[in-house]
Design a protein around this ligand. Structure first.
Ligand code: PLP
Length: 407
């Protein structure tokens, strides 16, 4: 057993201290959004009370303070990702806007009719639809990496898809529905052999895994603040400087410019060329505080503890004969997608809610994956380091009640 002090750590999260329907809240919807520790809540409160002012544009003292905190937040993100330079850290509104930014900008310069974009069948809609828009605009073709029944990428098929027409590979680091940790280092290595850049959708990896962009050697990495215990409305697009230099801005507006006349606009330098308008600057500082919190707990300790949750959860759910689990990859985070007999996922979710257990039901924004699995949706219990094996036991007891009710 790991030495992770989960009872103590849970006290950092005020929302976990309450009851729902007369039962202690079991929050198993972390894949959708994670709860916030007291330090992040206090940070946001303090910023609004004492430091709130527009960044970059004003000469006053307060603005200067806030600008410094915003740029320090960028440095915290850089360190967390082990990126080379803060020029490579672009703040966005979240993973969705990070991928839309990249797809729109990359498409304009690098995608021509007949070019190919490689995605995988397990992608979130956020890493499908922006590329479909690019495909439709420039006449490109999407190529899809298939998966095994266990929910692992077919790497041989992937290798077969890479060719001289491939312009970019865009895959998730971790699947939000299956919990699979993809072999992203190998994906990047193979793509680079074919001279193709890689975007990793890190939305589900960032709370569970190390996202070391230098080690992974990925060209782009996208994630959201709210899934890693930070505020909503903030996200990051990491891009290697050599790529970002070549990409045109996505949105136009204040701060991303150098000089504007009606005839012509010249753009600001990196990373500001991609940060148009008033940025979510308090949220950026909140995100940095969340990353500091996670690093304070220790990523290695989090990973070790979550591996215990994966083992325990897979064993506990597999012991229920009527439960069918989707996603049995060897490398997996504590995300459990399942169906109970032929009971509709919404019914299971509703009964669990009455028992104080918050799960997600539906397609989890992965409809093509649902088509591949031949189902319309699942129940998803997505856990965090503040969840416990006792809570998994509560889920199992709840599922037994579901089975009894519907039998
Ligand atoms: N990619 C993956 C794998 C996700 O799980 C999610 C959200 O669930 C997203 C992208 C989109 O994230 P956001 O809604 O924060 O932009």
């Amino acid at each position: 057993m790991s030495d992770f002090q989960v009872t103590q750590i849970r006290k950092d999260f005020p929302v976990l201290q309450q009851e729902v329907n007369g039962k202690p809240l079991v929050y198993f919807d972390n894949g959708a959004t994670a709860q916030k520790p007291e330090v992040v809540i206090r940070c946001m409160d303090e910023l609004y009370r004492t430091q709130y002012a527009p960044i970059h544009r004003s000469v006053n003292w307060l603005s200067d303070q806030m600008t410094t905190r915003y740029e320090n937040a960028r440095e915290t993100v850089r360190k967390h990702l082990d990126a080379y330079s803060t020029n490579e850290i672009i703040f966005t509104n979240g993973t969705t806007s990070s991928i839309n930014l990249l797809a729109a900008s990359f498409g304009r310069v690098f995608i021509r009719p007949g070019d190919e974009i490689i995605l995988s069948v397990m992608e979130h809609h956020s890493n499908i639809v922006p590329w479909q828009m690019v495909r439709d605009q420039y006449g490109a073709v999407l190529k899809i990496i298939p998966i095994s029944d266990e929910g692992e990428l077919d790497m041989e098929a992937y290798e077969g898809l890479l060719n001289e027409k491939t312009r970019i590979v865009a895959v998730s680091h971790v699947s939000n529905t299956l919990g699979t940790v993809n072999p992203v280092k190998e994906i990047v290595r193979l793509a680079h052999e074919a001279d193709v850049p890689v975007l990793l959708d890190g939305a589900q990896a960032i709370p569970h895994q190390r996202a070391d962009v230098t080690d992974l050697d990925c060209d782009f990495y996208a994630f959201s603040g709210h899934k890693v215990y930070g505020p909503t409305g903030i996200g990051v697009l990491y891009g290697k400087e050599k790529w970002l230099e070549k990409l045109p801005p996505w949105q136009g507006g204040g701060e991303m410019i150098n000089r504007v006349t009606f005839e012509k606009t010249t753009f600001n330098e990196l990373p500001f060329k991609f940060e148009a308008g008033t940025m979510p600057f308090t949220e950026a500082v909140g995100l940095a505080t969340a990353l500091d919190y996670v690093n304070g707990l220790g990523l290695n300790r989090i990973i070790a503890y979550e591996e215990e949750l994966v083992d325990y959860g897979m064993r506990a759910l597999s012991a229920l004969e009527q439960v069918k689990i989707f996603g049995r990859a060897t490398q997996k985070v504590p995300v459990f997608s399942f169906l109970v007999g032929d009971i509709h996922q919404y019914d299971t979710g509703m009964v669990l809610d009455k028992l104080g257990i918050a799960v997600r039901t539906g397609s989890h924004c992965t409809m093509p994956l649902m088509d591949r699995l031949g189902i319309t949706g699942t129940v998803r219990a997505s856990l965090s380091f503040y969840n416990t094996t006792d809570e998994i036991d509560v889920l199992v007891t709840g599922l037994k009640q579901v089975i009894q009710m519907f039998s």
